[in-house]
Design a protein. Structure first.
Ligand code: T4K
Length: 373
């Protein structure tokens, strides 16, 4: 019997080996490997142009970018931050590691992003910010969130880890709120191996974020701030420069994968797909499927795929407000976010990457559909 290749939930986009070697060759001349070298500076400028964003500060990973930008806002310890539990743990960790209390808002049943209609009821005199997540690359209701933030004097920091290259009404996801964080992890639509960035529209954060990611050093004999170390190195930046050249083509290939999935799974009773959002140019980052009233449960489909060598993932189960490290928080508990809890129990993200072959999408869908018979 023919041995079928294993399929994982995603696979890093990479440039040709020769292209990357060409890009990093100069590092053997300069011996300059990190600390905001030429590749770092170049990638930052290229990203500012690509995103049409005034400021991009690069980081060694997305998590530290988020942790730093929240810290840069200098909120008082114990203040409350409204966020969602339907996300990767990093979002909640970044809030809590800053000494702030996460207050979990439920999510919208269509987009799985924060339900903007439920934010105001969670605002107290301790609330200082909203940290919404453009989960799976779905855009949050940025207009409503901006109105609420303005009315109540709150900061908005988007966890845009999944939303690189997504646009709303022609504007990059980098340009909403007070700041947005992108992850450039190997699993993302655009990667720098590990990496991330904070993007923002005005000058106020530049100095603080650069101090935070480089020990607060401003010169050989000058340290102005108790900062840490979260710098992107030259090999990461070089990978970003190469990957950015091919990004639009990679996204087009992802679109074709997504369309193939829709051909098989649209209108199947009990299977819910994320609908395209109005005015949004997507990046096709993930392919989440919700099994709601299907003949098989999410876990049965997960197991059936696994038996055939296909690793889907239950992003994002469990919810972060149920993790044992948060269980004792008075704001924790999945009963406070019933829509998120419903989704977390039923969602499966199917394999999604630019090079996923059409026949592999067909095979994945055959298994999913066979579970429903
Ligand atoms: N906020 C949100 C909403 C996030 O989703 C994330 C990260 C962050 C913040 C924090 O950003 P970073 O600090 O990570 O930049 C993965 C990623 O590690 C993580 O970046 C990502 N979100 C999360 C959703 O997924 P795991 O534990 O699922 O990864 P892992 O190792 O199981 O990899 C998944 C699949 O990806 C593998 O089966 C194969 C493929 N893969 C993986 C690696 C590591 C590759 O093709 N190449 C690789 O190098 O967390």
């Amino acid at each position: 019997m023919q041995q079928l290749e294993k399929i994982l939930v995603t696979r890093s986009s990479m440039p040709d080996y020769e292209e990357y070697c060409e890009e990093i060759k100069k590092l053997w001349d300069s011996h300059w490997l990190t600390n905001m070298g030429e590749e770092h500076v170049r990638l930052q400028q290229e990203l500012e142009d690509y995103l049409g964003c005034q400021h991009v500060v690069l980081y060694t990973n997305g998590h530290l970018a988020l942790e730093n930008v929240i810290a840069a806002m200098q909120f008082p310890k114990g203040a409350e931050v409204i966020t969602t539990p339907f996300t990767f743990v990093s979002t909640t960790h970044a809030i809590v590691r800053n000494g702030l209390t996460p207050v979990f808002c439920d999510v919208d049943p269509e987009t799985y992003t924060i339900d903007a209609g439920k934010i105001e009821e969670l605002i107290t005199d301790k609330t200082v910010a909203i940290v919404p997540v453009h989960v799976y690359g779905n855009m949050c209701d940025v207009e409503r969130i901006a109105e609420i933030a303005k009315k109540h004097g709150l900061k908005v920091i988007y966890d845009a880890a999944h939303a690189f290259a997504v646009k709303y009404k022609g504007v990059s996801s980098a340009n909403f709120g007070d700041a947005s964080m992108f992850s450039f992890h190997a699993t993302k639509v655009f990667n720098t191996i590990e990496g991330g960035a904070v993007c923002f529209p005005n000058d106020t954060l530049v100095g603080t974020l650069n101090d935070m990611k480089n020990f607060g050093i401003r010169g050989p004999e000058r340290c102005v701030f108790v900062g840490g170390n979260a710098k992107m190195n030259e090999f990461q930046a070089a990978m970003g420069i190469c990957n950015l050249r091919h990004l639009d083509r990679e996204i087009a290939k992802r679109k074709a994968v997504m369309e193939r999935y829709w051909q098989h799974l649209d209108h199947v009773p009990g299977i819910r797909l994320c609908k395209p959002q109005k005015d949004v140019e997507p990046n096709y980052a993930y392919f989440p499927v919700v099994f709601d009233g299907y003949a098989a449960t999410r876990d049965q489909v997960f197991d059936a795929l696994g038996e055939q060598g296909i690793t889907a993932r239950k992003y994002f189960y469990p919810l972060t407000n149920s993790f044992e490290c948060y269980r004792d928080l008075p704001t924790a508990g999945t009963e406070k976010t019933p829509v998120a809890a419903f989704l977390a129990d039923r969602v499966l993200t199917l394999p999604m990457y630019a090079d996923l072959a059409p026949e592999d999408v067909d095979r994945i869908c055959e298994i999913v559909l066979a579970c429903g018979k």
